[in-house]
Structure formats: C-alpha cells, structure tokens
Design a protein around this ligand. Sequence first.
Ligand code: ADP
Length: 577
Amino acid sequence: MKHQLESRLTEVLSCLSSRCMESPTIQFQPVPLQGSKAASKKASGSSCPPPAFLLNAEAPILQETFQHNGMIPTLCSDYVIQWSGPNIRDAVYQSMMEWQRINHFPGSTELTRKDRLWMHFAQMAKSYGKGCFDFVPETYVLPDQFDSFLTCYQRSRCTWIVKPNASSRGRGIFLLSDLSELPLDETVVVSRYIDDPLLIQGFKFDLRVYVLVTSYDPLKAYIYREGLTRFASAPYSTKGEHIQDAFRHLTNYSINKNSESFVENSDMRADNVGHKWSLSALNKHLRCVGVDVNLMWARINDLIVKTLLSVEPSISSRTRQVTGSRENCFELYGFDVLVDNDLKPWLLEVNLSPSMQAESPLDWQIKSSLLADTFNIVGVCSNERPAPKPNDRMRASYSQPWKAAASPKKEDFPVDETHAPLVLNVLSDANLKMLAKAVGERSRCRNFVPLYPTRAAVKRYGIITEARAQQLAVPRMGPLTGANRCVSQSQMLASMLYGPFPRRSAIEVRNVGAPLEVSSQILDENLAETPENRDTSPVSLVPDLDSVLQASSPISFKDCPGPPSSPSPCPRWWILR
Ligand code: ADP
C-alpha cells in the first residue's frame, strides 16, 4: 500500500513537471532575524531582470522578504506579485496577466466585515441547520436590528460586547453595562460576550490562526502550523468593578502592550514567555494540563472550513466577474478564535490584512516563515524563461510509469487508492491545469496543512458543495460523470483527486440540514481515530491535523537562521513577571 502510494505520487509529479509547470518560480527563504549574517539571495546571473514586487502596505517584513529573495520594488505594472491593502479597484484585477499574483480576492470583505460575515452565517444556518453554524457569538448590527436586539437583551441576562463596525485592533470596544451606552450615530456590532473563556493561569487568551486560500473556484485552503496566542494582561474577572477593564477582557496586542504589566517576548527560543506565545507553545502547555488539544484543533478546522464555504459562492462569482484568470488571487487571512471552557472555539473575526508588524523576535520568526511559505505555495514567477514544452503532450493515466521525479513527502499528496486510476487523456486542458496546480501546491506546502480539499473534508462537506453545484453549474465531462450532471469546480477538483463523489438523491440534497447536523454530532466521536482507521472515517478532519499536533512533528523553522529552537520543558510559563 505504502509502495503503491509512493509510486503513484511519482507519476503525478512527473506528469506535472513535463506538462503543466510552465514558468519557474522563486524559491522563497524566510528572512533571518535582523543582525544575523545570513546572506540574501544573489541575482541568478541570467540575462533576465530580477522579478519585481509592488508593495502598497506599511510592512518592513514584506519588503525584506521580497528583497532577501532577489526581487526588486516597482511602482508600475511589471510586477510578478502585488501586496496591497484591501479595496483594490476592479481595473487592477482586469489588467493582470495570468502569471501575476495579488494578495486579495475581489469581494473578500464578505468575510472580514463583521456585519457581512454574520449575514452569511445566518443564511448557512438557515440552509444547513443552526447547530452547524453556532460558532459565532450571536450578533446584531445596530441600528438596523435594534428591535430584535432589544427583545433578546431584555429576555436574556447575558453580557454583550459592543464593537464599531469597521474598526480594528480593539479600538472602541466595550462591554455593555447599560443600554444608554449604545452609540446612536454609528453602525455598531453587538455580540453575545463569551464569559467563560478557557484561561491559562487566570488569564484570557485568543488565537491568531493563519489561513491561506489560493482559490475559491475551486476552493483550496490551508492552515498554517504556527501562529500566535495573545493574552490579556490582567487576570480575567467578571466582577462589576472589572467589567470595563480592557486589560482583563480584550486580548488585542495593541491594547495590552500599553498595560504596565505587559511582558514582551524577547527571545524566540522561549516561545511561552510573556503575553504572546506561539501556537505550538500553547499546544504544549494545554497538553501538559490535560486538555484534549486534538479535539480543540479539529473543531477549529471545522470552523474555518465552514466559514470559507459560507462565503465561497459570493467571492468566487465576484472573482470570475472581475479577474481574467483564476490563478491571480490569493489571500492570507488571520482568523481570531476564542476557546471557551468547554473547548468550543468561537470565531471572533477574520482579518483581511493580518498584521505583518514584527514587534518581537517571536513575531519575526513566525511571520517571516509564514510569508516565505505563502509565496512558495502561491508560486511567484521568477522571470526566467519557461521550460520548453515537450512536443508531444502525452496523456495517460496516473498509473503510467512516468520518469522518476524528486521524491515527495507522501502525506502531501491526495491520491485515492480505492478508485480506478484517473485517465488523464480525457481531461480538458483547463481541468488538467487545475489538477496540476492543486497537486503542485500540495508539493510545496511546507508548514501549511491542507484544509480543503482533503478526502475527509470533501466527504464531510459534500452535502454543501452538492447543493451549491445546482447553483454554480458547470457542465460535467467525460467518464468522471453521469450524463447531464452538473458540478462545481470544487467538486470537479475533488473528484479528480479522490475519485467520484457519492450521488445523493434530490431529496437528500434538498434536506441538507439534517445530514450535516448529524455529522456535527458525531464529529467529536470520530476525532479519536488512529492512523490505521483514518481512511475509513467519513467525517473526521483530524488526519490532516495529525502532523501539526504530534510532538514528533515540531514546527520547522530550519530555514530561518539563528540559534536552534530549544523549547522550554513543560510546565514552565511566565505570564507574570
Ligand atoms: P478587533 O477587530 O477590534 O480586534 P475583535 O472582534 O477581534 O475586534 O475583538 C477584540 C477582542 O475582544 C478579542 O481579541 C477578544 O479578546 C475580545 N472579544 C471580542 N468579541 C468577544 C466575544 N464575543 N466574547 C468574548 N470576548 C470577545
């Protein structure tokens, strides 16, 4: 089985390298910490000018990442990659060539504006069952929904948190003590306050989880193995006299760094010190105190995929309308997640331009690796001449013995052994390219872990994608299909990777709420699966997280020069001085 899988992977890679990889891409390395002696990449000595980047954001680490990897800045349209703030004009997308990359999708604000995201969740809850979309605290947008809010406020005795609609970094946020505190002249979002957060040493914390989407059509998403844990700087308390104390209730770095008791992390080797930890330090700590970390991450994964699926139709249709090529856009999101005492993750918000400020060595370490890995997956054109295409574009099936290719890590590849080989000959150029791109991305994942599509995720969320396919119909082709059936790009890619998806009756698809609710209930039971039974599990997302969470698979920063990471023995943490 193992051998078969490896040889299948070799076939796929060889097939890709001979047919579909047209332009060489830059191999990004993380920028070493300032002061380190590691040399930046020299120009390749070729006659081509160095590739150019266009940077419209205040973030030295980005500039340094591009320059460290041999790129030069430009203000013109000759860039191979553009990194900008949100609200990019349609004309920018329309003028892009296929090989250019840009760090936003048109319409991404559907996900990052609190009021829009809440609206999408409400629609999903209506279609697929309330129990599946209950990971966002109940929210009202005022003044529009003032009456509904008032009814709920008077009925429930819970605490509410008020946030300006278009603000960030904790600015203007407060816990509501009295209705008279509600501003009347601006749009605010009022959410149910999660008042039983999981605490560490009595302190509230939230997670910054990085999620990369390389396409919405088909949906392709990855979670980063590393991220940040941000602590409040004063012990959590819901006592009346503490209710307005932002240092106890908000976990934003930009708020807490102003607290006298805030401790900055100053040594990247000690990533569990001070008020900002790495996610791996958090995992290590939680394991030590007996928390089921695998369960927590499986639930977080579930939350992320459902969030992306909820905005997929609107962002993909907008992207199709505005861009010339579906290859142009990618997005690195910052998901802010709060975990409560029952280990339930709550989505607080999704950041469109997560901070790329690196205010501590730990920040620098994580973000420089994150950026290098992002650009490697996305594939940034190196300006060198494309490799000549073979005259004969041979087509065959995955099982044809292609010439040997560099041996990939086997878990990087989604190849289904249970179905007959996919016959490449019958695929259209567009589908071949889609397959090539997806498998190519998997081969460059490094510290990213695929979230969607994976075999488990395709099965688990199949009911959603199938219902969608009826709206986003594209003609389904060849032997993968039954006649006259329509599939979305996501389904098409999934069926090329994992084999044909199950046919559901029209009634099943119409009654989508029930099956998904059921899967949610049994999700937790399936999380304890072992590597041996993972292939048979229909709903669990854990297999893809195993490698993130196993102590035997530590986060790899080997390309980042500096002293080797030596995690402090557990338990050993110092939030307090
Ligand atoms: P901003 O975009 O301004 O950072 P967030 O929605 O991320 O706003 O909220 C800021 C902080 O407030 C979060 O990091 C978290 O600590 C706290 N917070 C926000 N919403 C809730 C909630 N519903 N329950 C508990 N804490 C919350």
